[in-house]
Design a protein around this ligand. Structure first.
Ligand SMILES: [Zn+2]
Length: 426
């Protein structure tokens, strides 16, 4: 077990020595969520030929602002340590995500009745997976995506895409060009944004009183209550609560008028925003969710203390399972090489002696190794050749889909394992 895990049992969550300012409201923060110590950059997969040549580690410490209730990384590494280009995630790879997007688009149209020809704009539009759905439904679309490789895939598929970072200046520029969308969507991007206020300020110039902006984000409350500490990694600057989102958008003349809790990514929020003076009325669901969330905030010191102990338990259980299996001579492999696997395996101190390899469908990850723990990433073909007794699903949020797709392991008596929210064999 690493020393970082030992620290997680500590009672003190106040960090009075250093002064940290909230990314959103700039208040001074004192409340610690979790300190994971020095961790490798989660998406910096290691090439076998470069092992031992100066892998970089940075602190991975999370705090929460007591004023606006935004949880966030402190002591962030410089932005240039992230290597987006190599490991871009093509959203269209996941069937369950595409179904989720189809339902979302239909629900938005039926609820808000956009005018014929209304423009649909997506920020962080990836390879155009969602905008293709709107286009099929008959609406003009525009994507904004800073990563050229995926943006070019979208453009190639007929989805107009600006290859740019979104923020205040781009919002103003697009508005100046007459871009006036009725729907704006920004899914799973807020956590990756280092300057939240500049990002939020990009929306109002593009919004009329009809415009609805929706954002989906992993919910900090689910993260805490379901032991999802592996969602803490250097690419995720912030972890949202409903109250934190309300305050951020309010600061930029927008109003949160509805919220939904979704099962995606282990528990997400879908936030609905409009201009402050728009006709959309605040829903009872929003009022109830905020009230319920307040009870969570009221108990936060106890909740976080308990969370730190549960993180320790999750790490211990997984490690003990792997030690026992090794002792019994049973074979184990991993499935998936998501960023979250880096946090989990580094925290639990699991290296290739206990988990000899993992497999991933993404060809750009194959042949490399998970950072820090140096577990090799192979093609999924390795599973049918090797026939492991246990397959540990590292992207546990996709457990149903992965278990269905790799049902073949049942042929040799193989079983699946998920480590989070607690170790489960099925
Ligand atoms: Zn704050």
């Amino acid at each position: 077990m690493t020393s970082a895990s030992t620290r997680s049992t500590g009672i003190s969550k106040l960090r009075p020595k250093m002064s940290y300012q909230c990314l959103s409201c700039s208040c001074t923060m004192e409340r610690e969520v979790l300190s994971l110590g020095a961790q490798p950059v989660s998406n910096a997969l290691v090439r076998p030929e470069t092992v031992g040549s100066g892998e970089r580690f940075f602190p991975l410490n999370v705090m929460i602002c007591d004023a606006c209730h935004l949880a966030q990384l402190v002591d962030c590494p410089p932005a240039d340590v992230h290597f987006h280009a190599d490991y871009v995630y093509f959203s269209s790879f996941s069937d369950s995500w595409l179904e989720h997007c189809q339902r979302y688009a239909e629900q938005m149209i039926s609820r808000f009745s956009p005018r014929p020809g209304a423009l649909m704009l997506e920020v962080a539009s990836n390879d155009g997976y969602l905008l293709k759905i709107y286009r099929r439904l008959g609406y003009p679309v525009l994507g904004i995506e800073p990563s050229a490789s995926v943006a070019n895939a979208a453009i190639g598929a007929g989805v107009p895409t600006e290859v740019r970072f979104f923020g205040k200046s781009l919002g103003q520029e697009l508005a100046g060009r007459g871009i006036a969308p009725e729907f704006i969507v920004a899914n799973n991007v807020l956590a990756h944004v280092p300057d939240l206020n500049d990002f939020a300020a990009g929306f109002p110039p593009l919004m009329s009183d009809r415009t609805v902006l929706t954002c989906e984000i992993h919910y900090f409350r689910d993260l805490i209550e379901k032991n999802q500490f592996d969602s803490f990694y250097h690419e995720h600057y912030s972890y949202f609560t409903v109250a934190a989102a309300r305050d951020l958008f309010q600061r930029h003349e927008m109003r949160l008028f509805d919220v939904e809790r979704l099962p995606t990514h282990g528990g997400s929020l879908r936030l609905y925003m409009c201009r402050a003076q728009s006709h959309h009325t605040n829903t009872d669901r929003l009022r109830d969710t905020l009230a319920d969330e307040q009870t969570f905030f009221d108990a936060l010191p106890i909740v976080l203390d308990d969370f730190q102990k549960r993180v320790f338990d999750v790490c211990t259980s997984l490690r003990q399972f792997l030690v026992d299996m090794r002792r019994e001579g049973r074979s184990v492999a991993g499935f998936g090489a998501p960023a979250k696997a880096s946090t989990l395996l580094n925290m639990a101190g699991i290296r290739r002696q206990l988990l000899p390899y993992t497999v991933d469908n993404n060809p750009t990850k194959q042949g490399k190794m998970l950072p820090g723990v140096h577990i090799p990433i192979l093609s999924p073909d390795a599973i049918t050749i090797d026939k492991p007794d246990f397959l540990v699903i590292l992207p546990w949020n996709l457990r149903a889909e992965i278990a269905a797709n790799y049902d073949v392991i049942r042929q040799w008596g193989g079983r699946f394992v998920v480590p989070i929210p607690k170790l489960e064999i099925f």
